[in-house]
Design a protein around this ligand. Structure first.
Ligand code: FAD
Ligand code: MLT
Ligand code: ZN
Length: 499
């Protein structure tokens, strides 16, 4: 994993000493509540906390704390604040922008032991749970009562709901169920000075002043640690259908999307895009037989979720006849049972993992208006080819330029798969890619957040006034950081890109 030598550790923050560790041991008690690499060599035990899911970002922590209660989080943060100890919150550590990794030597505050479901109301569908509950566990819990967690993503077996809220994760069904800014009804969080904010409302309507929870959704842990989440779960659909299509061009994909919205409207729950290269990669890494006989430059996956199987099937069949009959899609397959549904979804959800088996990946998670969404992949291919960086044999650093994403949300995942990370490739893509996005008024981070990977490029998607307001908020909630901030190259000011 790469570390971040280019970012200097801020010497105004203290280094963890044996005395500090002693305080945490007395507070948290048992050995499983912390990993102590200060008093002893715990390099192996610390390794997974010092690296991210992609093994791209390297950390140097020597102390991991695993509190079990909100009060413990509060005491930890108060002590760290008073002793100028830097911390990084960590959930399932599945984030893709390095935000959960202690890239300096911050203390990791990991939510794995905060894993209790607090309550579920079967009438309202409101779930209240600790931040460290794994997404799949939360979904299975509400699933038993006929409800659905309104977020689904490929990392569901590892990511925590607190991490999901902290990153404002989007995922595979945002098209239908909306963003966490709408579904989260309340939060419990701890500010850097240890103050507990109890805003764990179960109300859908509560217009009584500022809505504090919204500040924490997508804040990536910068103003406090989320310890509890209250979230509205919709009823689980009784009838789910999944279809997988091959298409000849991106224009056809756009047409298929328009038709799907028009004809399937209220039952459409996902519209996902995969290019030919992404599907070839999944096939290479899994060895599975592709869903369709032929090869196509584009594929899409459509899911419908409704309450009446007969009604949904009739709608879907009319839609299929139309898109096949009009030649909008070249070929397609409809899952016949739950096993086939899961296996079709794996062709979409498995892309990230297949890419991770190949070596390095430069990941760009971007929002671009639909007409030009896939053009970014084409332009990136052209640029890297012109620079002589792409090729099939090992002498070329770039193996493949891949595009996939949440078409229904105008969210593309541009991935440049490399044999090794090199400055040459990075400089060929950045900041060019951010300028490309800014010119189209897109976002340089649609759903993964800024982390350490995108932080310095925020200026390509937010103007100076917005960035100033964000700093003011950060300083209000975290005055110790503000007082000890060093002049940094936090944002490259991309005036040129905006012109
Ligand atoms: P972590 O990775 O541990 O942390 C993420 C960030 O949140 C860090 O900045 C961390 O400091 C902060 N944080 C964590 N917990 C807390 C807390 N309790 N309070 C305050 N701050 C906290 N994302 C999408 O949006 N859509 C997808 O479809 C999607 N698919 C993915 C598929 C795969 C295979 C993988 C590996 C990742 C995917 N992601 C996706 C990335 C996504 O950000 C994470 O999976 C998830 O939301 C992060 O949760 P986590 O618990 O792992 O958080
Ligand atoms: C996805 O949609 O698959 C995730 O956001 C992960 C990724 O971008 O690879
Ligand atoms: Zn995604």
């Amino acid at each position: 994993a790469a570390s971040y030598p280019q970012l200097k550790r801020n010497p105004n923050f203290a280094e963890v000493t044996k005395e500090h560790v002693q305080y945490f041991k007395e507070l948290l008690g048992t050995d499983s509540a912390l990993i102590d690499g200060v008093n002893a060599d715990a390099t192996d035990d610390l390794a997974s906390f010092n690296s991210d899911w992609m093994r791209k970002y390297g950390g140097q922590t020597r102390l991991v704390l695993k509190p079990q209660t909100t009060e413990e989080v509060s005491k930890i943060l108060k002590y760290c604040n008073e002793n100028k100890l830097a911390v990084v919150p960590q959930g399932g550590n599945t984030g893709l922008v390095g935000g959960s990794v202690p890239v300096f030597d911050e203390i990791v505050i990991n939510t794995a032991r905060m894993n209790k479901i607090r309550s579920f109301d079967e009438e309202s569908g409101v779930l209240v749970a600790d931040a460290g509950v794994i997404l799949e566990v939360a979904d299975a819990h509400v699933g038993e009562k006929g409800y659905l967690f309104p977020l689904d993503l490929g990392a569901k077996g590892s990511c925590h709901i607190g991490g999901n809220v902290a990153t404002n994760a989007g995922g595979l069904r945002l098209l239908r169920y909306g963003s966490l800014h709408g579904n989260v009804l309340g939060l419990e969080a701890v500010l850097p000075d240890g103050t507990i904010i109890d805003s764990l409302s179960k109300l859908r309507k509560n217009n009584t002043g500022y809505d504090f929870k919204q500040l924490f959704i997508g804040a990536e842990g910068t103003i406090g640690i989320i310890t509890g989440v209250s979230i509205l779960c919709p009823p689980r659909a009784k009838a789910v259908n999944v279809a997988y299509f091959g298409l000849e061009s991106y224009e056809q994909v756009r047409k298929a999307f328009r038709e799907a919205k028009g004809q399937l409207s209220e039952i459409l729950s996902a519209f996902e895009l995969m290019d030919g290269r992404s599907q070839a990669l999944v096939q290479e890494s899994t060895g599975n037989k592709p869903p369709l006989e032929g090869e196509y430059p584009f594929y899409c996956l459509i899911e419908t979720s409704g309450s009446n199987a007969e009604h949904d099937t009739a709608k879907l069949e009319t839609f299929l006849e139309h898109v096949l009959g009009e030649g909008i899609v070249a070929d397609g397959v409809l899952a016949q049972d739950e096993t086939q549904i899961q296996s079709l979804w794996r062709w979409r959800e498995g892309i990230t993992e297949s890419l991770s088996h190949l070596g390095g990946t430069y990941k760009y998670d971007v929002s671009i208006p639909l007409p030009e969404l896939y053009q970014l992949v084409e332009d990136t291919k052209i640029r890297l080819t012109e620079k002589g960086l792409v090729g099939d044999d090992d002498s070329f650093p770039v193996r493949a330029v891949v595009g996939y994403g949440h078409m229904g949300d105008s969210n593309l995942h541009l991935n440049v798969s490399v044999r090794q990370y090199t400055k040459e490739v990075e400089q060929a893509i950045e900041p060019w890619v951010y300028e490309w996005i800014a010119k189209r008024n897109g976002s340089i981070s649609a759903e993964h957040g800024l982390g350490v990977a995108k932080k310095e490029f925020i200026g390509y998607s937010q103007n100076d006034t917005n960035i100033k307001l964000m700093k003011q908020l950060k300083d209000l909630y975290d005055p110790v950081s503000a007082a000890n901030r060093q002049p940094d190259a936090c944002e490259k000011n991309p005036e040129q890109a905006r012109k």
